[in-house]
Design a protein around this ligand. Sequence first.
Ligand code: MN
Length: 228
Amino acid sequence: MTDFVIKQPDIASLPVTGTDAVFPVRRIYCIGRNYAAHTVEMGGDPDREEPFFFQKNADNLDSSGEFPYPPHSSDVHHEVEMAVALGSGGTNIPLGEALDHVFGYGVSIDMTRRDLQGIAKKTGRPWEIGKAFERSAPAAPLHPVSEVGHPDHGRIELKVNGEVRQEGDLDHMIWKVPEMISHLSEYFELAAGDVILSGTPSGVGPVVRGDRVTATIEGLGALEVVVV
Ligand code: MN
């Protein structure tokens, strides 16, 4: 056993349906602009721009059902995304083998301090202040591949107080799950515990305290979050 000179930090984790055991989280990669309609709403050109990746911190994941409105922002946006949890990894993973590395899938939200992200974009600074803040990745329990297979189509939706704000289909992803895994593995060494947030459909918008947010992906159930 390793002795630590300070208290060992908790290992970030996600619940898994059908078991009390949890999925330990190592890294979170998030893909930007992976649905054409969302790329357009963010001022991009879906025909010319390749999707790109940024990261959140593992401990930004949160399954408590509450999202504390973060400080220094007055424009926090919801982005419903499918989380892809890896059970193994590697480098230069061939497209045809990419799905073999997936442990399971779940519903998540890439909460974004849009005002701070906007300043970062304008000034050419990193995005972490807009993306990687406390509890910025609400997430539902993961569904193992053995239970749900590899969802590649189906409705993805987000409601605020019962009103549909975002809707799309997993089939509309510009880069599909195997392509994301294969591409990421060319730049990073992927490993068990890595989670990929696979991008959001159009309709992103602000939440305020008191909002009840319901994110749903066909076959993966729903994630209910109250903004506090
Ligand atoms: Mn996102």
